[in-house]
Structure formats: structure tokens, C-alpha cells
Design a protein around this ligand. Sequence first.
Ligand SMILES: [Zn+2]
Length: 482
Amino acid sequence: MSLLALAAAAQPARPRLVVGIVVDQMRWDYLYTYGDTWSAGGGFNRLLADGFLCNNTMVDYVPTVTACGHASIYTGTTPAFHGIAGNSYHINGESVNSVWDPDVKPVGTDGKVGRQSPRNLWATTIGDQLKVATEGKAVVAGVSLKDRASILPAGHGADFATWYDGKGGKFISSSYYVDKLPQWLEEFNKRNKAALATNLWDEPSGVVMTTELALTAMRNLNMGKDNVTDLLAVSYSSTDACAHNYGIKSDSVNAIYARLDLELGRLFDALDREVGKGEYLVFLTADHGGTYNLKSMRALHLPWHMANTTRQCQAANAVLERQFSVANLIKYDKQYSIYLNHEAIVRADLDRDEVAWAACRALEQDSLTQWAVDLEHLDKAAIPSELKQRLALGYARERSGEIHLVHKPGVYTGADGHPGSSHGTYTQDDTHIPLVFMGWHVNAGETARLTHMTDIAATVCAMLHIQAPNACIGQPITELVK
Ligand SMILES: [Zn+2]
């Protein structure tokens, strides 16, 4: 049925369950380069055969990091609108985790890792809109090892979100959702005590535990059981740390994707049995991509370099000190995001714009840097409009650093000899993400048309005939709808 035909029905048909799957740091090309790895009964072959593949889906902002990606997928908008400026950012001189909330209590742990909620997110999510459309009847939950990858996708109105406390070796939550851990989660933690006590962060066992918990949550929260559409947001985190630690296409990354393939197959089989084939809608995507390490790219004679932004800021500060006679005019750097020292600027009665301009020029003295851009005066920056747009969409005023460093293509942050991957830039490596829809009312097929991370929420909401999230800027991908 087309979107138009669906709209014509008095009571719109809806799936029983929407399952959003994010694979942390999965590059788009893995779908194809790992073709030999995917097993017959695995999840990826099924996605490739039965799904609709959007082969040219891009992240439209920088910085391309985990918290921004998860928030953008589920809100259909970008950091400038939803406010999640990075995995952490500075507010009033303090470094703040994207899901940090001092007003909630940890549940299942005494640690800081339990003081988390979606309150820093300014926009509504797919799940929030489902709650509005169903007067709260839809069940919405998030499952991931990473706090931000569970909490931000689940949204403000979620019934539950759970994430992993590595120190305590268990899945936990916060008082934003519950006063104590539900019995089923206590039992899950007990049953899997030995596995949870090992390092799940970069191992295939992290993928297994995430699938196991997603299915346990679905069953115990009675999701996909009636005609009110529920939303289960699952994010696989171990794929990210594995690539960061060992490098793209290392034996470790190969092993974790082979395991993920089997786990996705198991997840789809369970959904077929317990929700019903064709009764659920799945999408699979990534929060960002990743780049190969210096050594492997240089072996192919590609122009690859590693930058050290902290050292770059120190050098720029020395230039600024000679010019303004004030030390440390650049206060912090968070990867590519640079914060000026406003107290020092006011104290010395300097002109903010003059300091920012001088700071950009000083930062540009570094040979690996293409541009340093004052985001408060993007209109005056002599940079391509394509990049201007991405910087504007990624700039959450109040939270982001006001200067953004854009290095030359092939330049990444990290130590020279490090074997692992990196991400965060505007380049194809970091911005080209997989996007596959499968299941309820989805045509098998593919498109190479340019689509965007922000189109995901717009598409899901259009298919469900519910209002898109309030700050959504994406467009529905109509050709995938049966
Ligand atoms: Zn990530």
C-alpha cells in the first residue's frame, strides 16, 4: 500500500512493533565488504535480500560522534536543534556528559553512571510522538551498553531505558524511569553474572548480551503484543570500542561483525515467532562511520595524517599571548570543538570577535588544518556553503565550542602509532552510514538517491501516520513503502 493509500484508511494500519537498531561506528561499506562473512541464517543476508537499502545515507552535521548520532536518528534533526552537542561538552566551565542529570538517582548501582536521563535533549523523539499519538499506551524502551545510546533513542516519554555498569558488571537504570530495577532485570543480571563480569565493551560477548537483553525487555514489557505500536530502541556499542582499539577490518572487528550477523539473525527469528512476520518494522543504521588507521592507509600510499588538537591549541595560545598579553585565551578543546576563555576576555577588556578571529588564524598556522571557523560568524567564513551548512547544523549554541577545527581530508585525531579507528569529521568515512528498512509495509529494493540520517524519524513517523518529532527536518523516504 502506498503512503497515500495508507492515509486514506480511517484507522491507519500500524505495525505492532518498531525495532530501531543502531550499530555503533558501522560503516556503510561493511554491508558489502563483509559479504563473505554473512552466514546463510544470519541477519545481514536477510536485510540485504528482504530489506530496502538506502545506499547513500549521510550524516549532515559535524561532529560525527555517538551521542549526536543517536539523538539525531530518533529526533530527525541535528545538534543545532536537539542540543546534544557531543558525547560531552562544556557548560559554564564544567564538562558535562550528554545524559548527565544530577537530579536523578542511580538505580541498581551507587555509581555516577546511574545519574543519567534524557533531560539534556531539547527535542522530542519517535517514541515521544508514539506516546502522544497513543495517549501514552505505546510501550517505549531503550537497551544498550552505552548510557547515551539507550537513553537518547528511548526519549523523554520512555517507559524504561537500561545500560551497562562495567564496574558493577550489571545492567542498571535511573530514577528517571524506575525506583528500583524491575524483577526481570535483576534476574537477567543474576542469570548472566559471569558474562557480565567480563569486559563487554569491545568483545563479541557485548553483542550477545545486548541481543539477549533486548529480547528479555521486549517480553517482560509486553511489547508487540497488541495493535498499539510499541518502540524498542537497541544499540550495539561493542562494535565501536572494538574498531577504536584494534582498527577497521582487524581480526577483532571481523569477529565482532560475524557475531553481530548471527545475533541479528536470532533477533529477527525471535521477532517472527513472538510478534509475527510482517507485523514489525525494523530499521538498521549507524550513529557515525569510522576511518582506517594511519599505517594501513599509508601502506596504500593514501595521504593520511594524525593531528593533535591539544598541542595545536597550545601553539595557538602562545601566538595569542604575544598578541594580547593574556595567557590561555583558548580554554578547552574537545576533539575539533574549541572553547574560548570568556572570563579572561572580559577581565582584560578584550573584544571577543577580535580574539576569535585571531584564534582562528593562529589555529590555521597548523599545516594539517584547512580552516578554523568562528561559528558565531559563520556568514563571514570563507568556506564552501556545503561545509557551512554542516557546521551550522552541528552547532548547539550554549553548549558547543564556538570555534570548529576542520582538518584537511585524511587527517584524524589520535596518536601516530595507534592501530585503531577514529571519527568525528565531515568526510565520507565518518558520515556515510548504512540504512536498511525491513518488515511491515517495506518493499525489498534499494536506492542510491541522497538520503539523510534525519530522514529516518520522518520515514518511520510517516509510515505510522503520526506527527514527526517536533524539531524534525528530515523527509520521508517514500519509495521504500509498499
Ligand atoms: Zn558511536
